[in-house]
Write a protein that binds this ligand. Structure first.
Ligand code: ATR
Length: 269
C-alpha cells in the first residue's frame, strides 16, 4: 500500500515502457515489507539534467539509469564512485543526505550471474562486443580475477577498450582459433532476431556460455551452446543481480533474488 511514508525509487531511461525493473523491484519491496515503490520515469535526453536535479527536490530515494543516459548522467551527480568512473558509466543513483551518488552495479550483475555457473578466478574469458555493456562485463571479469580477450566486429573499438582496461583484443573472426573457459556475448546480435554472432561449431571449446541478451530468454547462441554441452547463463540473471545490488544499496537489506527473478520472468512473458 502507498502511504505518506512510502519511499519513491524508479528508472530513468528512454524508452522505459518495456523495462522489467519496476516488476522486479516492486516484488522485492513487497516480499521484504519495505515501504517503497519503484516507478518508470521516461526522460528524454534534453530533460536529463532537470530530471536528475529534481530527484533531490522530490526526495526520491534512488534510481536506476538505463539507455541512453548511463554516460551523460555522470555530469549531474555530486559524487561518482571509483568503480563507476573506471567503467565510464553510472547505472545506479543513490540519494543520500540530499546528495546524488552515482555507482555501477552492472559489472557485479555479470560477475554474480557467471558465478552461478563457475568460479572466475584464474579463468580465461572471451567477451564478444566492445560497447557499453561489454565495458562493465570486462571490468567485472578482471575484478574477479579472470583473463579476458575482447573480440569485436570493429576491431579498433575492441583494442581501445582492451587497452584502457589492460587486457587483449581481436576481431570477431578470431573466435575460430580461440578456446577459453568462458564465452560472454554482449553485442546486440540475437536481440529480437534468431541470430548468433559466432558459428555453432566453436562452442564446444568453452565450458560456460553467457548471453547478456534476455529477450528472447534463450537466444540462438544459448540453444547452440546447450546443444554443444556448455553450461549456459541467460541475460536475465545479469539483470536480476545488478538490480539486487541496487536494491541492497537503496534499502540496506538483503535482496530476495529468487522473487526478483520470478517477477522479471513474468514481466518478460
Ligand atoms: P551496448 O551499450 O548495449 O553494449 P553499443 O554500445 O551500441 O550497445 O554496442 C553494441 C555492440 O554490438 C558493439 O560491440 C557492436 O559492434 P561494433 O562496435 O562493430 O558496432 C555490436 N554489434 C551490433 N550489431 C552487430 C552485428 N550485426 N554483428 C556484430 N556485432 C554487432
Amino acid at each position: 500500500m502507498i502511504t505518506g511514508q512510502t519511499k519513491v525509487f524508479g528508472i530513468i531511461g528512454y524508452p522505459v515502457a518495456h523495462s522489467l525493473s519496476p516488476a522486479m523491484h516492486n516484488a522485492a519491496f513487497s516480499a521484504i515489507g519495505y515501504p517503497g515503490v519503484y516507478v518508470p520515469f521516461p526522460v528524454s535526453k534534453d530533460l536529463l539534467a532537470q530530471a536528475v536535479v529534481g530527484l533531490k527536490a522530490l526526495g526520491v530515494g534512488g534510481v536506476s539509469v538505463t539507455v541512453p543516459h548511463k554516460v551523460a548522467v555522470m555530469d549531474f551527480l555530486d559524487t561518482i564512485d571509483p568503480l563507476a568512473t573506471r567503467i565510464g558509466a553510472v547505472n545506479t543513483i543513490v540519494v543520500r543526505d540530499g546528495r546524488l551518488e552515482g555507482t555501477n552495479t552492472d559489472w557485479l550483475g555479470a560477475v554474480r550471474a557467471l558465478e552461478e555457473a563457475t568460479d572466475l578466478k584464474g579463468k580465461k574469458a572471451v567477451v564478444l562486443g566492445a560497447g557499453g555493456a561489454a565495458r562493465a562485463v570486462v571490468f567485472g571479469l578482471l575484478e574477479a580475477g579472470s583473463r579476458v580477450v575482447v573480440l569485436n566486429r570493429t576491431v579498433a573499438k575492441a583494442e581501445a577498450l582492451a587497452e584502457e582496461l589492460g587486457t587483449e583484443a581481436g576481431s570477431l573472426e578470431d573466435i575460430n582459433r580461440l578456446s577459453a573457459d568462458i564465452l560472454i556475448q554482449t553485442t546486440t546480435v540475437g536481440m529480437d532476431e534468431d541470430r548468433s554472432p559466432v558459428p555453432a561449431t566453436v562452442l564446444s571449446r568453452f565450458q560456460v556460455v553467457m548471453d547478456i541478451v534476455y529477450s528472447p530468454l534463450k537466444t540462438r547462441l544459448l540453444r547452440e551452446a546447450e546443444a554443444a554441452g556448455c553450461r549456459i547463463v541467460d541475460g536475465l540473471a545479469m539483470l536480476v543481480y545488478q538490480g539486487a545490488a541496487q536494491f541492497e544499496l537503496w534499502t540496506g537489506q538483503r535482496a530476495p533474488i529468487e522473487i526478483m527473478r520470478q517477477a522479471a520472468l513474468r514481466a518478460l512473458r
